[in-house]
Design a binder for this molecule. Structure first.
Ligand SMILES: [Zn+2]
Length: 227
């Protein structure tokens, strides 16, 4: 923990965000696709403390005994998981470093990445959305390392989400970074709020698709992606 404190002194509350992250955020705000966020001015450590205190209250309210060995660290564990893991994508200082490079090899064919693991959290119930994503783009002047696409998907998945917005956010982020409209994404996921409660439908999945440029306008390109 000392290293973290040394890196971000208390007067430096929000670590700087990269130019890429800023461009992506601005593009989402402009299109009305940004997650509803407020800047509450809280540091990472202050968020951790407050969430831990709130979960202490929740567990006690449920009638659980926090003196029990198995439960005593649960509020801290959940606070750490929220701030540093499953909701880390709310913090643009954690936006992945994306090495976008000029398309010197003149790649013109569709680049498609399938079966990208996707774990997110439903913002209506705060339970898991578990699925996979397929992403494609047609290189214009820029290309991107394939693992970076996975990381961008993960960044936006690590937020409280609705699947439709998540799909659009990844589309716009990639369009912005790659400087092309020719991007497509489809997400297929199981919502545990449907599976574990409510209608208890354990087999249904939800598919969402967002298409840009040639994927939207050209039937054969779209068919090749959706195939
Ligand atoms: Zn839900």
């Amino acid at each position: 923990m000392d290293a973290v404190v040394a890196t971000y002194p208390s007067q430096h509350r929000s670590p700087a965000i990269s130019e890429d992250a800023r461009r992506v955020r601005d593009a989402l705000v402009e299109r009305g696709l940004e997650t509803p966020l407020i800047d509450n001015g809280l540091s990472r450590d202050e968020k951790f403390e407050r969430i831990s205190a709130a979960f202490t209250d929740i567990t006690r309210t449920l009638g659980l005994n926090l003196a029990d060995d198995s439960l005593c660290d649960t509020p801290d564990r959940i606070a750490k998981m929220y701030v540093d893991e499953i909701f880390a994508g709310l913090d643009y200082s954690k936006f992945p470093k994306v090495a976008v490079i000029d398309n010197k090899m003149q790649v013109e064919e569709m680049v498609l990445i399938d079966d990208i693991d996707l774990v997110s959290t439903c913002e209506h119930h705060f339970v898991t959305i578990d699925g996979s994503a397929r992403v494609a783009y047609i290189p214009g002047s820029r290309i991107i390392g394939l693992s970076k696409i996975n990381r961008i998907v993960r960044f936006f998945a690590q937020r409280p989400q609705v699947q439709e917005r998540l799909t659009q956010q990844v589309l716009v982020a990639l369009q912005t970074l790659l400087e092309t409209e020719d991007v497509a994404i489809t997400i297929n996921a199981t919502h545990y709020c449907v599976k574990s409660r409510g209608v208890m439908d354990s087999n249904s999945t939800t598919r969402t698709t967002a298409l840009g440029g040639a994927f939207k306008n050209d039937a054969s390109t779209r068919a090749e992606f959706l195939r």
